[in-house]
Design a binder for this molecule. Structure first.
Ligand code: 2RA
Length: 332
């Protein structure tokens, strides 16, 4: 199967190639796509060298699927071109996520919505994916009515430039081209993406709006504070969720053990709880620090950690492609 990866040289694109190889996705011909300055470069995939091509070349090659992680502007411009050529696009940018005609998919939750009509499919934001995977079975059982999330997001979510800034600051150097308006090492920034009129950032509003779309429930009240932290390995989230139904903590534990994509990591007596360094390189969403919110009924606190480049982006996108393949919706 001919597969294009658009944004193949970025942090997420590189992870997509890794996951495609690890999961043995049936790629017979790879089309690594990147910006003009990268065209002609060589990348390695499954021990074979491939030359980076332009978007035009990739569209003309009519791949079965094009997995994008190249930013919203490129997606808005190029995804329809691939779709018009018969390619199914899975896009990791925010461009199509809230478009009412496009599906926003986390396979463990709503892959059943996919049909042959879906030519552009949106991959949710990383901080949304780990939240909805963690809450999926609990929401089905107890109906979440209000969610308060504080995130602690890895610099890898911004990209290589941010990782370089952190490492240069850590080495006592002045960053060559800082990604953030302030120092990030030994600091935290309550600022991810741009501020909106309502005082929230785009990242915070993504959590609010995408969560409701994926759960198909506009009545869920969600408020978020998203924070950038000088950490590699993954995003962490402190989640406070109020349910319509009363719950039993032992049953919550059992439901989490049975939740697709979740690994329960919760034994605080032995200092066992989810941490980014343990999530790094994994596809599971790690959940721990389960405890009742003692200030109000039917409310649970939990701690959720996942590798934002994997389940938060690359793996979720490849899992969507695997579902499409299984449903016979990708041309061979
Ligand atoms: C971030 N979730 O962490 C955003 C985009 N990857 O920066």
């Amino acid at each position: 199967m001919k597969v294009a990866v658009v944004g193949a040289t970025g942090l997420v694109g590189t992870e997509m190639l890794k996951v495609l190889a690890e999961r043995n996705f049936p790629v017979t011909e790879l089309l690594p796509v990147a910006s003009a300055r990268s065209v002609g470069q060589e990348i390695e995939f499954r021990g074979k060298k491939y030359t980076v091509v332009s978007v035009d070349e990739a569209v003309a090659a009519r791949p079965a699927v094009a997995i994008f992680s190249a930013g919203g502007a490129i997606s808005l411009q190029e995804a329809p071109r691939f779709a018009a050529a018969g390619t199914v696009v899975i896009d990791n940018s925010s461009a199509w996520r809230l478009d009412p005609t496009k599906k926003l998919v986390v396979p463990e939750i709503n892959a059943h919505l996919l049909t042959a009509d879906d030519k552009i499919i949106a991959n949710p934001n990383c901080s949304t994916i780990q939240l909805v995977v963690a809450l999926n079975e609990l929401h089905k059982r107890y109906q979440a009515t209000r969610i308060v999330v504080s995130t602690y997001q890895s610099v890898t979510g911004t990209g290589k430039q941010a990782v370089d800034q952190m490492l240069q600051e850590r080495a006592g150097q002045t960053p060559d081209s800082p990604a953030y308006p302030h120092r990030i090492d030994l600091n935290v920034l309550p600022h991810i993406d741009v501020f909106q009129e309502n005082g929230y950032t785009k990242e915070e509003m993504k959590l609010v709006n995408e969560t409701k779309k994926i759960f198909g429930d506009d009545t869920i009240r969600l408020t978020a504070t998203t924070v950038r932290v000088p950490v590699m390995g993954g995003h962490s989230e402190a989640v406070n969720v109020e349910f319509a139904q009363e719950f039993d903590l032992a049953e919550v534990r059992e439901l989490l053990r049975r939740t697709a994509g979740v690994e329960l990591v919760d034994d605080v007596q032995n200092n066992v709880y989810p941490m980014p360094r343990d999530a790094h390189g994994k596809d599971a969403v790690l959940v721990g620090r389960l405890r009742r919110d003692e200030t109000q009924p039917k409310t649970l606190n939990l701690w959720v950690v996942a590798d934002n480049l994997r389940k938060g982006a690359a793996t979720n996108a490849v899992q969507i492609a695997e579902v499409l393949l299984k449903m016979g919706l990708l041309k061979p």
